[in-house]
Write a protein that binds this ligand. Structure first.
Ligand code: AMP
Length: 288
């Protein structure tokens, strides 16, 4: 497995692989890897000749009061894990390599970036789309792999790829969970033992709303779905909800009343445990 730290070297590999007719899959990450990340790399390995994983804690997507400085990092462990799943190369640039002096461009998607995570974290998605656009150009992958765990990020990146004609396919992989339902996340290490014990409430809340959706298809409504989730979270005093959402899966607008027949819904939430902010979501199919 190659460790590549400069744009120039990554571009040289890209051109070699292109000339050799190899298909490349890209797995962008911020490192401190868990099975969720590795499931993306494994899927890419099945579908491409070569897989490139990037490890880059992107300063642009963190707000001034967020956890950029203390975001967990363990490069040696990450490299061993990526090698064990057959990744061909790891792109791990310094921030100064991605954003050299004079860097002054950005990529921004409108509309759906104004709600949910975008409303709670101003500038976050502009940072994400800017870095992902750079990674797409630098790596030259045919396919790029992202987790359903970050549902709004997937929706925003889909729009970026479509609207700006990026010549690659975006592949979305299911959320990997701990045995008790907690979605795997690099940020789970911040949780105290008590918080860790309470954190599966996010998944239980999603399941409660999903059960309502399945069992009472005639009563599917935004308020009922949100109430089902809020009820579960209310029983967990350690967690404070930032938002609880039942939205149109395409526009991400909240369902104010009944869900139109046949339409799906995206359930999502952000909950704070102390200074740790966890997100989770569950897409619901209209027909089901
Ligand atoms: P991050 O390192 O948190 O930026 O995540 C990198 C990629 O891994 C993103 O596409 C995430 O959606 C994905 N990811 C993170 N956690 C999970 C998970 N529990 N299951 C599946 N994919 C995940």
């Amino acid at each position: 497995m190659q460790l590549i730290t400069t744009v120039e070297e990554m571009a040289a590999r890209r051109e070699e692989w292109r000339a050799a007719g190899k298909t490349v899959g890209l797995v962008p990450t911020m490192g401190y890897l868990h099975q969720g990340h590795l499931s993306l790399a494994e899927r890419s390995r099945q579908e491409n000749d070569l897989t490139v994983a990037s490890i880059f804690v992107n300063p642009l997507q963190f707000g001034p009061k967020e956890d950029f400085g203390r975001y967990p990092r363990d490069l040696d462990r990450d490299l061993k894990l990526l090698e064990s799943v057959g990744v061909a190369a790891v792109f791990h640039p310094e921030p100064s390599e991605m954003y050299p002096p004079g860097f002054d461009a950005s990529v921004e998607v409108g509309g759906i970036t104004g709600v949910l995570e975008g409303a709670a974290r101003p500038g976050h998605f502009k940072g994400v789309t800017t870095v992902v656009a750079k990674l797409f150009n630098i790596v030259g992958a045919r396919r790029a792999y992202f987790g359903q765990k970050d549902a709004q990020q997937v929706a925003v990146l889909r729009k970026m790829v479509r609207d700006l004609n990026f010549p690659l396919q975006l592949v979305v992989c299911p959320t990997m969970r701990e045995p008790d339902g907690l979605a795997m996340s690099s940020r789970n290490v911040y949780l105290s033992p008590e918080e860790r014990q309470a954190a599966p409430a996010l998944y239980r809340a999603l399941q409660a709303a999903a059960q309502l959706w399945q069992e009472r298809p005639d009563e599917r409504s935004g308020p009922a779905l949100r109430a089902a989730m809020e009820n579960v979270l209310a029983g967990v005093p350690l967690g404070k909800a930032d938002y609880v959402s039942a939205a149109d899966p395409l526009t991400l607008q909240e369902y104010a009343g009944a869900v139109p027949p046949g339409q799906g819904a995206l359930l999502s939430m952000a909950v704070r445990f102390g200074s740790t902010r966890l997100i989770d979501n569950m897409p619901l199919e209209g027909a089901g």
